[in-house]
Each structure stands twice: as structure tokens, then as C-alpha cells.
Design a protein around this ligand. Structure first.
Ligand SMILES: Nc1ncnc2c1ncn2[C@@H]1O[C@H](COP(=O)(O)OP(=O)(O)OP(=O)(O)O)[C@@H](O)[C@H]1O
Length: 128
């Protein structure tokens, strides 16, 4: 059997990765919440004209939460495959993965508050 060309195999890698992204969006209600939160944050960042460094921090936080959720979904899927029956270690594995998402989300909220509180305070002072 001939090996696929370099370009074809790279193309397939990207296609599989996008399939994975699409699967998370289809199957995970939590991902819909992350997307909604990301849109709210990006709109606020645009509205308040945050600095270039603040844009970078916000985008990093959004990416961190999305990546954590995608890994969480991957770990849940693998755990269900390996241990469909009740098992303490399977439960611990899923709890750890969910804990990672929570930690990422808490970090993102903390960064968001540090960035936006001064803008909110300025808005309240000048507009209300
Ligand atoms: N096979 C199992 N053995 C033991 N406990 C399990 C098992 N599967 C799930 N659990 C427990 O139930 C919890 C929820 O598992 P579930 O697979 O429903 O995740 P989920 O609620 O869909 O997570 P998410 O909301 O992140 O998608 C786990 O965190 C774990 O504590």
C-alpha cells in the first residue's frame, strides 16, 4: 500500500483536528457556555478599547479554558471507553479532568476582573 503524500497526510491531520473541535461543540453544553462567555469578554474588550497586552491576556485565558474543556471531553470519552462500568479510579480520572477546567476558569475570571474592574469603575464614574 502506498503512503499518502506529505501534503495529503498534513491535510488529513488538520481535518481530524477540526472534526475533534466540531465534536466538542456538538456534544458539550459546557462548551456552549465557554463560547458565550468568550463572546461577552471579546465584546467588552472591544467596547472598552483595552490595551494590546490586555487583549493578549484575555485571548490567552479564553484559549486556556477552551483547551482545558477539550482535554476534559477527550479524557471523559476515553474513560467511558475503558471503564463503562462504575469504577472509583474512572470517577477520580473524570473529577481530575473537570477540576482542571474549573481551575482554568477561575484563573480566567481572576484575570478578567483585574483587567475590567478599572474600566467598569471609569464607565460608572463618567457615564452614570
Ligand atoms: N465510570 C465511572 N465510575 C465512577 N464514577 C463515575 C464514572 N463515570 C462518571 N463518574 C462520576 O460522575 C461524574 C460525572 O461524570 P460524567 O461522565 O457524567 O461527566 P459530565 O457530567 O458529563 O461532565 P461534563 O459536564 O464535564 O461533560 C464524574 O466526574 C465522576 O465523579
Amino acid at each position: 500500500m502506498s503512503r499518502p503524500s506529505f501534503i495529503k497526510s498534513r491535510y488529513n491531520s488538520f481535518r481530524f483536528a477540526f472534526n475533534g473541535l466540531a465534536a466538542v461543540f456538538r456534544s458539550e453544553p459546557n462548551m456552549h457556555l465557554h463560547v458565550l462567555a468568550s463572546i461577552v469578554v471579546l465584546v467588552m474588550a472591544y467596547r472598552f478599547e483595552v490595551t494590546r497586552v490586555e487583549w493578549c491576556l484575555l485571548i490567552l485565558c479564553i484559549g486556556m479554558v477552551w483547551v482545558a474543556e477539550i482535554f476534559n471531553t477527550s479524557i471523559e470519552t476515553l474513560t467511558d471507553l475503558v471503564s463503562p462500568e462504575h469504577n472509583i479510579l474512572a470517577g477520580k480520572t473524570k473529577d481530575l479532568a473537570a477540576g482542571a477546567v474549573l481551575m482554568a476558569a477561575i484563573t480566567a475570571v481572576a484575570v478578567g476582573l483585574f483587567i475590567f474592574i478599572p474600566y467598569w469603575a471609569e464607565y460608572v464614574k463618567t457615564e452614570l
